[in-house]
Design a protein around this ligand. Structure first.
Ligand code: C2E
Ligand code: CA
Ligand code: CA
Ligand code: CA
Length: 275
């Protein structure tokens, strides 16, 4: 073990677990990724199901590591969250995605994932209002996707942050509904505009009538509470059909369009939808 100043130790033993070594390396690389311009955003189209009209895009972060190549978000986002790097990275995503969506014709929306860490420590209200001012994006075209797990930590504070965000005019979307600790009480406790139904649920609907019944009821409940629903992870024509039938407002998934760089995403999405 090597002392690194008072009270902190870093272990560089050769027998160190390979996983830990890789992790520390990746963490060090992640610190430089933003400045080294290794991040890119890809955009996945979101359609209104009743009309098959393009409504907007979800911004999804990609990291190309100079040696390892593409690193998937499921690996580097948790690391960025543990290290706090997600605050700066997330602000970059917001700025970039809002600027990108402004380049497109029409009033398409940008849906952007916000980490629980950004909600808790990230000056998120200040960052969002700054980005709106800088880019000139109509706040009504910005959707912030948050997960339910982020609502647990400190309900009162989170509630306050969400209210302040909503007061800016942006929409709050509850992501991944149907996984983990989904709770109906969140739907009335928190100021939400939309519920995104997790793909595990969406994909079950075609072979499990009970799952379809739950989503059907949820979509109806959402409308009663002045919210809409998005079915995510639609991979087949059959899943699209069921999502429509149970009354989901919007749909997203590989069957409708893959995440792509903004120019390709827009070109692909503006070709007439066959579905
Ligand atoms: P998410 O927010 O639930 O995003 C949807 C994920 O599902 C994306 O994975 C997307 O590429 C994938 N997906 C879309 N359609 C389909 C489909 O039809 N089938 C299947 N199997 N998958 C589909 P991705 O891009 O790997 O992102 C994974 C997660 O990483 C995201 O899940 C989100 O939680 C997180 N993430 C991505 N970008 C950001 C970001 O900029 N900030 C934060 N905080 N998190 C991000
Ligand atoms: Ca999302
Ligand atoms: Ca999701
Ligand atoms: Ca997810």
């Amino acid at each position: 073990a090597k002392a690194q100043g008072r009270g902190t130790y870093r272990i560089f033993a050769p027998e160190m677990d390979e996983h830990l070594r890789a992790r520390l390396e990746m963490e060090a690389d992640l610190r430089h990724a933003l400045a080294a311009q290794q991040f890119e955003i890809v955009y996945q189209p979101i359609y209104e199901l009743a009309t098959s009209q393009l409504r907007g895009f979800e911004a999804l972060l990609r990291w190309t590591h100079p040696q390892r190549g593409a690193v998937c978000p499921a690996r580097f986002i948790p690391l960025a969250e543990e290290t706090g790097l997600i605050v700066d990275i997330g602000a970059w995503v917001l700025r970039r995605a809002c600027a990108d969506i402004m380049l497109l014709p029409g009033d398409l929306r940008a849906a952007i994932n916000i980490s629980p860490v950004q909600l808790a420590f990230g000056y998120i209200v200040e960052t969002v209002s700054e980005v709106l001012r800088e880019t000139g994006l109509d706040p009504g075209r910005l959707e912030l996707e948050i997960t339910e797990t982020s609502l647990f930590a400190d309900d009162q504070r989170n509630l306050d942050v969400l209210r302040r965000l909503r007061a800016l005019g942006v929409r709050i979307v509850l992501d991944d509904f149907g996984t983990g600790y989904s709770s109906l009480s969140h739907l009335r406790l928190f100021p939400l505009d939309k519920i995104k139904i997790d793909r595990s649920f969406v994909q079950e609907m075609t072979h499990r009538p009970d799952s379809a019944a739950i989503v059907d009821a949820l979509a109806a409940l959402a409308l009663r509470l002045n919210m809409t629903t998005t079915a995510e992870g639609i991979e087949t024509a059959e899943q699209l059909e069921v999502a429509r039938r149970v009354g989901c407002t919007e749909g997203q998934g590989y069957y409708l369009g893959h995440p792509q760089p903004i120019r390709h995403a827009f070109a692909a999405a503006t070709r007439p939808l066959q579905h």
